[in-house]
Ligand binder design. Sequence first.
Ligand SMILES: *Cc1c(COP(=O)(O)O)cnc(C)c1O
Length: 220
Amino acid sequence: MSIAFNITVTKDVIARAAQKAGRSPAAVRLIAVSKNQDDARIDAALAAGQRIFGENKVQEAQAHWEKRRLSYPDLELHLIGPLQTNKVRAAVALFDVIQTIDRPELAEKLAAEMKRQGRLLPCLIQVNTGLEPQKAGIAPDHVPAFCALCRDMLGLDIRGLMCIPPVAQDPAPHFDRLQELAQQLGLPELSMGMSADYEDAVGHGATYVRIGTALFGERV
Ligand SMILES: *Cc1c(COP(=O)(O)O)cnc(C)c1O
């Protein structure tokens, strides 16, 4: 199957899931996750008109996008992986949206660096809805206080929440919890849903779905 075909099919599934949930298909944006994909596949997605991409490592994202973005001024790059504080400068310079704010130290560094570069990027807070010890993210109960720190104390442009539900569980309760928290905090964006569960995520209010293998095939 071609990548252009996969993008069309995926958008179709998103649109139908949105309609079924009484939502506008335009309220859900598709992030093509290009981590571990080769140049030919990335270029095929661009040729098919895809403009929103997600990467989970700063260095790989630089290799994929620093040159390409000069040719695509409407590109929108999301950081969806953990960010080390020593990569904050490079991340702020390259990305358009940071989805993975997951600790106070990182929030402070990002706020200072965004100010320094004059790039106040939209940000999401990563929430560890499953309270998994190996997974990054703020525990759900701590999200309101952390959001207040980011928004009110540090002046970050917090737009929403992001989660990665535990692999072996029904994701629905995790999507619901994220939606509930976002509503409580008045945050419009919900980044949830990957290749295996994005249809479900759209039914539970996702505004961004992050999809890799369903578009590109297995990672190389
Ligand atoms: C890799 C990754 C994805 C995409 O996963 P697929 O199952 O290939 O769709 C989505 N979100 C995050 C945070 C990822 O690291």
